[in-house]
Design a protein around this ligand. Structure first.
Ligand SMILES: [Cu+2]
Length: 154
């Protein structure tokens, strides 16, 4: 009389290990590492919110720096913000609180461009989450402003 029970349980064990390894490698890890899936209109909104850097911003007495100082965009419509440097010196658009967007990385023109935003240049950043994003200019700390991204109620 031959006992097959031992052989069958070894095979069952090997198959179970293979299945759980496959699950871990092909299902669990990709899900754990996946970026959130967001609607196309949030990733590439149809409109932009524009902010200009006023001429003379490098002087604290100028009074006007980022215009408008409180910019507002709507998620899925205008959550991409474009800054245009209308001044004659370089500036930065730098998060006050270290905000990192899950899709687009750190809200920081130095980080994104690898350089100061020079006169006439533009910097764009798409905020994929609703929220308030205070920022400043690194060389000119009196240049302070906020972007607010609000829910769409359309
Ligand atoms: Cu500046």
């Amino acid at each position: 009389m031959v006992n097959h029970a031992g052989g069958i349980s070894v095979i069952t064990f090997v198959v179970a290990v293979a299945i759980s390894m496959g699950y871990y490698q092909f299902v669990y890890i990709p899900q754990a590492n996946a970026k959130p899936t967001l609607p196309e209109e949030v990733l590439n909104p149809p409109e932009v919110t524009e902010v200009s850097i006023a001429e003379g911003s490098s002087l604290e007495t100028n009074g006007q720096f980022f215009v408008p100082r409180d910019a507002r965009g709507t998620i899925g419509i205008s959550n991409k913000v474009v800054w245009t440097n209308g001044d004659v010196t370089g500036h930065t658009v730098t998060t006050d609180d270290g905000y990192v967007d899950l899709i687009n990385g750190e809200f920081n023109s130095i980080e994104q461009l690898g350089a100061i935003l020079m006169p006439g240049e533009t910097f764009e950043f798409t905020f994929t989450q609703v929220g308030e994003y205070p920022y400043h200019c690194e060389p000119h700390p009196w240049m302070q402003a906020t972007v607010e991204i609000v829910e769409s109620f359309a």
